[in-house]
Design a protein around this ligand. Structure first.
Ligand code: SF4
Length: 212
């Protein structure tokens, strides 16, 4: 080593670990291939990692999930273990969460339908941009799926009304609503034609910031 701390010329290149576990880029978990038929992983060195089938629980700040661990005894004699894991005792461990299958399916959908996803982005993203950035609705006030669904339904109803006003204008929209023949069931009773017409007649919606 030179006085400046640089390595001598000719010494092997330093290993740059990509994470706190001592894993280099070639050995990150996405380079381990999951084999659904055998419920195993194949590591970049071609070894098979198996699970005992035990579910472990991980608790985070706001939620928790379960996962299984996958290991192989081959790590003990692996020539590239120092690139794969920083664990001095024991080998590499891969964790597979209870949601992994859904995450992988979603990843595959995205990979195979990039144009569709881009289209969806174009259609949907400005809606959330308007609601979150312009209106300042960046968190829900309620907790629990049913309550949050209700809260979101109200926000989206307001957005749709504002959007319809922006596109059609009040006069055209009211004219369309008067000839509208709703075919919704009882579940949407608050949104009946008369109820919606009354809502539009109130000045509240005219004062809201514009929907994109
Ligand atoms: S340390 Fe284990 S998991 Fe990593 S490459 Fe070697 S055998 Fe595979």
């Amino acid at each position: 080593m030179s006085a400046g701390g640089n390595k001598d010329p000719g010494s092997p290149p330093a290993i740059v670990n990509s994470n706190a576990h001592g894993t280099t880029a070639e050995f990150v978990v996405s380079n381990f291939l999951y084999q659904p038929e055998s419920n195993t992983y194949t590591c970049p060195a071609g070894k098979t990692l198996k699970t005992t089938g035990t579910w472990h629980k991980k608790t985070r700040e706001r939620d928790s999930y379960e996962f299984k661990k996958y290991r192989t005894p081959d790590c003990a004699s692996c020539a590239v273990k120092h690139l794969c894991t920083g664990r001095a005792n024991g080998g590499r461990e891969i964790e597979r969460s209870q949601y992994a299958e859904a995450v992988e399916k979603n990843g595959l959908n995205y990979k195979n339908n990039k144009d569709l996803y881009r289209k969806r982005q174009e259609i949907n993203e400005h809606i959330f941009g308007t609601i979150k950035r312009q209106w300042g609705y960046n968190h829900t006030n309620l907790r629990g799926l049913a309550k949050v669904n209700g809260e979101m339904a109200l926000i989206m109803t307001v957005y749709n009304m504002k959007r319809a006003i922006n596109i059609l204008g009040m006069e055209k929209l009211l004219a369309k609503l008067r000839t509208w023949m709703p075919d919704y069931g009882k579940a949407t009773a608050p949104y009946t034609k008369q109820g919606i017409l009354r809502l539009f007649d109130r000045s509240y919606f005219h004062r809201l910031p514009k929907a994109a």
